[in-house]
Design a protein around this ligand. Structure first.
Ligand code: CO
Length: 605
């Protein structure tokens, strides 16, 4: 646990977490980590990031590995170096806000299993969302690293970040991380930000940059010159592109001067050989985004989000609207007070932008997630939220925006989850509360995983879809590959340039990366599918998706604006409202039915 005392700059290697999350869809199994674990342990890193983020989800959903077991196994193999995880604060490693008791129990169990450093961030930079996770980490005596999620906007001033960092230090943060998930930190901004922080906080500053836009080494050097002492890198075979800059390059670049890391370059090069092999082994999961992606610099849309948007549009048969959607993302983000675009705010903004464009009218339909966001249920937006949108949600739902910490409104859930798990399993969970957390965070996939792990159920060759497919509904674009990934290629025009984009459709993962982007010859515009004609006065599906619930009965009187049914599209619930006054004549669909954009749903008489 003693990094080289002589080092002026220390290194966290992300090879066991962010590197493969960014480049290989988080698919590196523990067996590919173990052969070099001992050597990694002898390097003298500040820490090895190896858990959290999407690794938990990927372990149970795709790799069928117990994520808790991975921590214990790696801890044993790496006894002398700090292990590190990425924690989404109140969202833990999931996608919603959880009760405080779950956050606390998760941190306790993670610490017991062997995590030393907890890097904690919130998508909105709402300091209140970090409180419980920070406190829990301090309580178990572990290293709490408070994060600022870096983005640029009129409200994200130097003062904003300095103020937040001071609050994190007060909350007990042992180090401060500048988390630049999109590669937006320029060399100038890096100098300014670190210089300003050094004047106000005394804890060490840790830089986490992604190489996506080709600027990260410059940002690191300038940050180091301004006083940052820890940087995140990835061993070269899984570096650059949407991952971190290369460890060996930074070690060599800083050697001999005042910022020498003191690490053994030959040892690093030797370990890197192993990860060349790993990258080849996992080639089917390649994101393909190995080069520099500069689009984010103008549209400010992170690379991972571009692929999600493309995937949503493909399902809606609307790839020709890609350009419009990108512009709309920028506008929706402004209307929502400039949230940094990371999980889960990237999904909220992205889906609303898609719906705004497809509906041909901005905010004609608000997703449930947008409503919750506007009601303050994700936390406080960084800037002003468009007032007329909030007013509308208040009028539609009859609920007032909350001003307190979102988790203050969530009842304790650990006890309830324990009972529910025993009920659903029909037995005591083998690994106790670790299993309860797995289930609480991923109710469907988690439960299935536990049955598979315990030999109750056989794993299917492909990972399960979120819902059982209906026999009549052909699965779109299912590749013959045994893995649960389908690849589709289509042409996209961004700011007038045509790209070939190949998208992986990860079952329910919500983190599917673009697998290839290359400029292509001018694209043919895809033919939009014509909505099927329907007789009578019908209400049609605004989006392609699944019917979740009917909210009215046949024969009910309906007024313009009344909610008729709930559609689940793009992993979000959307209420379909009637554009007419009348009476519900006949439902043409029922819960569970799949509908296409434009399909008639109900006849209004
Ligand atoms: Co990252």
């Amino acid at each position: 646990m003693t990094p080289k005392e002589t080092a002026k700059v220390q290194i966290t290697d992300t090879i066991l977490r962010d590197a493969h999350q960014s480049l290989l869809a988080t698919r590196m199994p523990t067996k590919h980590m173990l052969p070099v674990a001992g050597k990694l342990d002898s390097v003298g890193y500040f820490s090895l990031e190896m858990w959290g983020g999407a690794t938990f989800d990927s372990c149970i959903r795709f790799l069928r590995e117990d994520p808790w077991e991975r921590v214990r196994t790696l801890r044993k193999a790496i006894p002398n170096t700090r292990t590190q995880m990425l924690l989404r604060a109140q969202n833990i490693v999931g996608y919603r806000h959880y009760a405080d008791d779950l956050v606390e129990r998760f941190v306790e169990l993670a610490a017991d299993a062997g995590i030393d450093v907890f890097r904690i961030f919130d998508a909105l930079n709402d300091i209140r969302n970090l409180q419980t996770a920070m406190r829990a980490t301090k309580k178990v005596g572990k290293h709490a690293e408070g994060c600022i999620s870096y983005t640029t906007s009129p409200v994200h001033t130097l003062d904003f970040y300095v103020e937040m960092s001071m609050q994190l230090e007060e909350m007990g943060a042992d180090t401060l991380c500048i988390k630049d998930m999109a590669g937006l930190l320029t060399q100038h901004a890096s100098t300014q930000l670190v210089t300003a922080l050094k004047k106000k906080i005394s804890i060490p500053i840790h830089l986490h940059c992604h190489a996506t836009t080709g600027q990260s080494e410059m940002s690191y050097l300038k940050g180091i010159e301004a006083g940052a002492t820890i940087i995140d890198t990835a061993l070269s075979p899984l570096s650059l592109g949407t991952s971190q800059p290369a460890t060996e390059s930074l070690v060599a670049a800083l050697a001999g001067g005042p910022y020498d890391t003191g690490l053994d370059l030959d040892l690093l090069i030797e370990i890197a050989e192993h990860f060349k092999f790993v990258r080849k082994e996992l080639a089917e999961h390649e994101s393909g985004l190995a080069g520099v992606d500069t689009r984010i610099l103008s549209a400010q849309v992170p690379g991972g989000m571009l692929s999600n948007l493309a995937s949503q549009l493909r399902k809606q048969n609307a790839m020709d609207r890609y350009d419009e959607v990108l512009q709309e993302v920028v506008r929706v983000r402004a209307d929502m007070g400039y949230p940094p675009l990371v999980t889960p705010s990237s999904q909220v903004v992205g889906t609303q932008a898609v719906i705004n464009v497809l509906q041909g009218e901005r905010y004609k339909v608000l997703t449930e997630h947008t409503k919750n966001y506007l009601l303050g249920r994700y936390g406080k937006a960084p800037g002003e939220v468009k007032k007329e949108l909030v007013d509308r949600v208040v009028a539609e739902t009859g609920e007032q925006p909350i001003t307190q910490r979102p988790a203050d409104l969530i009842e304790p859930e650990l006890e309830k989850d324990r009972k529910e798990l025993v009920e659903k399993l029909g037995r005591e969970p083998k690994a106790g509360d670790e299993d309860v957390l797995t289930f609480a965070l991923f109710p469907e996939v988690g439960l299935e995983f536990l049955d598979i792990r315990d030999g109750i159920k056989q794993p299917e060759p492909a990972a399960p879809a979120k819902k059982p497919e209906k026999a009549a509904a052909p699965a779109p674009a299912q590749a013959a590959a045994p893995a649960a990934v389908s690849h589709s290629t289509f042409k996209v025009t961004v700011n007038g340039t045509s790209y070939d984009v190949s998208v992986q459709d990860l079952a329910g993962g919500g983190c599917g990366p673009v697998t290839a982007i290359a400029p292509s010859a001018p694209a043919a515009t895809p033919t939009p599918t014509a909505p099927p004609a329907a007789d009578g006065k019908t209400v049609d599906a605004p989006l392609t998706g699944d019917v979740l619930r009917l909210l009215m009965n046949e024969g009910d009187t309906v007024k313009n604006g009344d909610e008729i049914l709930i559609l689940e599209a793009m992993k979000m619930e959307t209420k379909v409202v009637s554009p007419f006054d009348g009476r519900i004549g006949r439902f043409l669909v029922g819960p569970g039915d799949k509908v296409e954009n434009g399909d008639p749903l109900v006849v209004i008489e």
